[in-house]
Design a protein around this ligand. Sequence first.
Ligand code: AMP
Length: 308
Amino acid sequence: MMVVDTVAGLMKATEEARSDGRRVGLVPTMGALHPGHLSLLRRSVQDDDTVVATVFVNPLQFAAGEDLASYPRDLRRDLVLADEAGVDYLFVPTCEEMYSQPPLITIGVAALSQRLEGCYRPGHFEGVAMVIAKLFAMVGRCRAYFGEKDYQQLCLVRRLAADLSFPVEVVGCPTVRHPDGLALSSRNVRLSPTERVAAPVIHRALVAGRHAVEAGRCDPAVVSQVMADVMSGEPLADLEYAEAADPGDLRTPDRLAGEVRLLAAARIGAVRLIDNLAAVFGQPRADCEGRSHSQRRPHPEGQLCDGG
Ligand code: AMP
């Protein structure tokens, strides 16, 4: 694996790969790699000839007062994990390299940034759009892998690639979870032992919401209340939102029908966590291994594949 820390070096490496007829895969991350990230890397290693991963904690996507300073960082470990996963190029730019001058051009994200996460993290999606647009411009034609764990971000990135005509195929990858349902997240390391025990309540709330949708509850407010009720049973959880939305544009419809995305955010102590699940109105679902949820067994590596 080669570590690249300049934009020019990244452009040269990816251009050369393509001119050799190699298909390029891109996995953007903020580092502190965990098996959720590794699932994206493995997918690219499997499907592409040259795999580029990036580790960059993008200041533009953190609002004032958010956890930019305390965001987990462990570059030495990331280098080992990325190398072991089969990454060819790890792009680790400094802030000055990414933003050699304060950007004059900004990317507006319109309605998508005014819902769900956007309401709680002003400027977040504009910052995400900026850094991903820059990475797409640097890497050029590629497949780019993003986790469904950050579902609203995945929706945004799909629109970014389409609206700005980047020659990028965006691939969504299932959420990797701990056996108790907690979605893997770099921020989980900041949970105290008691908070770690409390944190799976977010997943339990989403599962309750999914059961309500599957059972034919068509009023989104009723489904939100079902999720909020589960969350309120955990004193360490402070709910920000739990909503049932259209999986395409994330609007809350008047009545639920067809495919639904359930999305939630909560603070567990000082740590803000997000998660989401797919549901189909009126249809109990089988999981990614073809069994119902109650029959699931942990994945061989100890995680569950979310499958939706
Ligand atoms: P981050 O480092 O948090 O910016 O995440 C980098 C990428 O990894 C994003 O596309 C995330 O959606 C994805 N990701 C983070 N956690 C998980 C997870 N538990 N399962 C699958 N993908 C994930």
